[in-house]
Design a protein around this ligand. Structure first.
Ligand SMILES: [Zn+2]
Ligand SMILES: [Zn+2]
Length: 301
């Protein structure tokens, strides 16, 4: 799993910082998460192939998470895209995009599928043989969802030496990888644990975009490997966070701690501060494994 942060600052794009957008590479699928202004440029700067993005997840209809979407959709067409594109986001996103296409007399060279969300409960919105994506209902000024991306557990790893030791025919190897036992010609059953190793652990990534401190998310994101949680403000602006339905770095850390995640990535910093180091310091007073998100930062986990 690889996460690339294209932008992680609040509100307005600036010379050196960008509003929210991320790319998650998970089991060979490339998911774009939020699409603030400048996302296309950031994709190019980070050498991410446009053609590999087939799914876009939008958390909510605020400009700093959305205003890059129509441009991105349009560019995909100019590049001659023919592959289907799926967009997941709050109800209204379809109307918003189609109106812009209509008034600009534009169209797409590919099929555009909208998956509009309105549930207040967590729901599965994408699933294939390797990945599952669920919504994380958040509390913000407009209807907002975070997204939980989970890998499905892979096959068990064949213990070739053990299989050869028992003279097991290769025709049984897939059965072993699937977790099955093997019966030898003399009737002896060899338990799967003797013939295989545990699969690589399935990883999960929870993205919580804009939200006030909300413990309701904890059961959904519990034990996630990585949690990105917005931390718009420092503790000195805690009342403002409450008022504008955003979080402080400490609140993000409290959620990380209570949900028992392995790492916390901070972002969505208000541009009122001179630097972002202080966000990490404040969060670390509560939770130890804090990563200071920043534009262009990419890491594998
Ligand atoms: Zn925002
Ligand atoms: Zn917002």
């Amino acid at each position: 799993m690889k996460l690339t942060i294209l932008g992680c600052y609040a509100a307005t794009p600036r010379t050196l910082t960008n509003p929210t957008s991320q790319v998650l590479e998970i089991k060979n699928r490339l998911f774009l998460i939020d699409c603030g202004e400048g996302t296309q440029v950031q994709l190019r700067k980070n050498k991410i192939k446009f053609s590999k993005i087939n799914h876009i997840f939008i958390s909510h209809l605020h400009g700093d998470h959305l205003y890059g979407l129509i441009g991105t959709i349009s560019t995909f067409s100019l590049l001659g895209r023919t592959t289907d594109l799926h967009i997941y986001g709050p109800k209204g996103i379809k109307e918003l995009i189609l109106l812009q296409l209509k008034l600009t007399e534009s169209w797409t060279t590919y099929n555009l599928f909208f998956h509009e969300l309105e549930s207040k409960e967590s729901e599965v919105i994408f699933e294939d043989n390797r990945v599952i994506v669920k919504t994380i209902p958040l509390k913000h000024r407009v209807y907002t969802n975070g997204y939980l991306f989970q890998e499905k557990p892979g096959e068990r790893k064949l213990n070739v030496e053990a299989a050869q030791h028992y003279n097991i025919h290769t025709a049984y190897y897939q059965k072993i990888k699937n977790g099955g036992n093997v019966k030898l010609d003399d009737g002896t059953v060899i338990e799967n644990e003797k013939l295989s190793f545990d699969p690589i652990p399935a990883m999960s990534y929870a993205f919580c975009s804009d939200t006030v401190y909300n413990e309701d998310v904890i059961p959904i994101i519990e034990n996630a490997d990585i949690l990105y949680h917005e931390s718009t403000f420092l503790e000195s602006e805690a009342p403002l966070a409450q008022k504008t339905l955003h979080s402080t770095a400490k609140e993000a850390a409290r959620i990380a701690l209570k949900a028992n995640v392995k790492h916390l990535v901070l972002g969505h910093y208000s541009t009122r501060y001179d630097g972002i180091e202080r966000f990490k310091e404040e969060a670390e007073e509560i939770f130890p494994n804090v990563i200071l998100g920043d534009d262009g930062l990419s890491f594998e986990f």
